[in-house]
Write a protein that binds this ligand. Structure first.
Ligand code: ZN
Ligand code: ZN
Length: 163
C-alpha cells in the first residue's frame, strides 16, 4: 500500500488524482488518518480538471487520454499518445473490450490490430467469433464452468482452437 511506501514522507506535499475524484477523495482521507500532513487531491478528478482547463484556458498538464468507466472507455485530453498497443507495441491508447463474448478482456488495441484480429485480444478469440453463434454458445457453456473455479494464480481459461 502507498501509505507504507511513503512512511518517511509525512511532512511532504502529496497530491492524488483519479478519473472522477471519488476514489482519491477516499484515499487522501486515509492518508491524513495515517498521519500524512499535506495531502491534496484533485477535486472532481481529471474529468473536472480537463473541463476547467478548457473553460479558463489554463495550461493543460494532463497528457493523453483519461480512462473513463462508461461506454466511451476514454476521453481524449490531448493528442499525445503515451500508451502502447498490447498486441504489437505500437503507440495506441484506444481501450477496447475483446469482441469474443466469452472473453471480453479490456485492453489497448491499435487500429491495425483491430482489423487484423477483428477487435479480438488474440488469434484464438478471433477464430471463435468466426464460428456460428450456436457453436460459440456451446463453447461459452464450457467456459462458465471454468470461470467458477477461476483462480487468480492460474492463466485465464480460454478455449484454444487449432493449437
Ligand atoms: Zn497493434
Ligand atoms: Zn479475447
Amino acid at each position: 500500500m502507498a501509505a507504507e511506501m511513503m512512511q518517511d514522507k509525512k511532512e511532504q506535499n502529496i497530491i492524488m488524482y483519479c478519473t472522477g475524484g471519488i476514489r482519491c477523495e477516499k484515499a487522501s482521507a486515509y492518508m491524513l488518518h495515517r498521519g500524512f500532513k499535506n495531502v491534496f487531491h484533485l477535486e472532481g478528478g481529471i474529468i473536472h480538471y480537463a473541463n476547467k482547463v478548457k473553460e479558463q484556458k489554463l495550461v493543460n498538464r494532463f497528457r493523453g487520454k483519461n480512462f473513463v468507466f462508461d461506454d466511451r472507455l476514454g476521453e481524449r485530453i490531448t493528442d499525445e499518445i503515451i500508451a502502447k498497443c498490447h498486441q504489437c507495441g505500437q503507440p495506441a491508447d484506444t481501450h477496447t473490450n475483446c469482441a469474443n463474448e466469452a472473453c471480453h478482456l479490456l485492453f489497448i488495441q491499435c487500429e491495425a490490430c483491430a482489423s487484423k484480429y477483428s477487435g479480438c485480444c488474440s488469434e484464438a478469440c478471433n477464430q471463435i467469433i468466426q464460428l456460428p453463434e450456436e457453436q460459440q454458445k456451446e463453447l461459452r457453456k464450457g467456459m462458465d464452468k471454468g470461470r467458477m473455479v477461476f483462480n487468480k494464480s492460474k492463466q485465464r481459461l480460454r478455449p484454444r482452437l487449432n493449437e
